[in-house]
Design a binder for this molecule. Sequence first.
Ligand SMILES: Nc1ncnc2c1ncn2[C@@H]1O[C@H](COP(=O)(O)OP(=O)(O)OP(=O)(O)O)[C@@H](O)[C@H]1O
Ligand SMILES: [Mg+2]
Length: 344
Amino acid sequence: MATTLGPGSRPGTAATPEAGAAADQAALLRVRGLSVTYPSARGPVPAVRDVAFDVRPGEILGLVGESGSGKSSVCTAVMGLLPDGTRLDADEIGFEGRDLARLRERDLRRIRGRRIALVPQQPMTSLAPTTPVGRQLRWYLGDRLDDPQLRGTLQAIGLGAVLDRPHDLPGAFSGGQLQRLVIAIAALAHEPALLLADEPTTTLDATVQAQVLKLLLTLREDLGLAVLYVSHDLAVVAQICDRVGVMYGGRLVETAPVAEIFTNPRHPYTRALVAAMPSTTPADQPLRPIPGTAEGANLLPGCPFAPRCPEVMDVCRTAMPAPVRRAAATVGCHRSGGEAGEAA
Ligand SMILES: Nc1ncnc2c1ncn2[C@@H]1O[C@H](COP(=O)(O)OP(=O)(O)OP(=O)(O)O)[C@@H](O)[C@H]1O
Ligand SMILES: [Mg+2]
């Protein structure tokens, strides 16, 4: 089993967020105290800062936030694929009884792609452009590709065209078809328990996006897969996620069940994100974009949202709010009373 960190076990931080939730149901992925810092010519770039969350078995957890908030870095860290020279700090990246942050590369390789699979934003990054799709499917599925039942599954998830034209190169298929192909390979080649989907529908139009989301829901239903679904689009997250983590400036500022994110957003950034959604704006009203920019938020000593926050207090600019549990949500905001040790 994964090491259990008791509440408040880390000096200088709040009680472990999600500790209560984790007790309700064992986590499949249990991330605690995750920080990622990239080197750069202008000094270290803290991309992920002391992030903690759980993904439960069969759950779809959305990770949303503006560009640069650190979403992809979380995925890359969990996969153990950060570029050389990057600093990874983690109290725990617990997965199926192992701490991925402390595994040797050789052991990580047995998990990566097998028990945890990554679906990238651009399907072509995981396909060979000059190899026919049929051969690529066979690389991953082997003789199972001849199994009528598996072929039926592939047909059912919209890969009929790929099965009908196995000699065609990837370039002869649409972005949506290729994304479904990559997801099918990720989910069916081995028996992953967790898919990390990093903006898998961002480049697709709304109809094709809906097909891909439906495929992910089908895979969760049929295979019991858990998914960490990364997106900058709250509307997409609303369609498929059970819970949502909201990132800003490298911090996870709020985690809550998806309905709560929309009906009772607790962090001012979450409220601003929801208010900025076209679907929450009446047709005769202009959209309400969030004033200011997220540039440099990851370097601030206090709350990363403080410079843009309509409810900012003096303390927000100097002290990082500690995450606290509020019902089924975890929120890091001084307005929510983020005192260390308060979380249950
Ligand atoms: N290899 C790298 N070297 C230096 N800085 C990096 C590197 N990769 C990411 N960063 C920086 O880390 C921060 C977080 O980047 P990340 O790609 O994780 O954000 P993101 O939320 O996935 O953004 P997007 O929505 O644009 O994909 C950004 O400031 C980014 O510029
Ligand atoms: Mg990204």
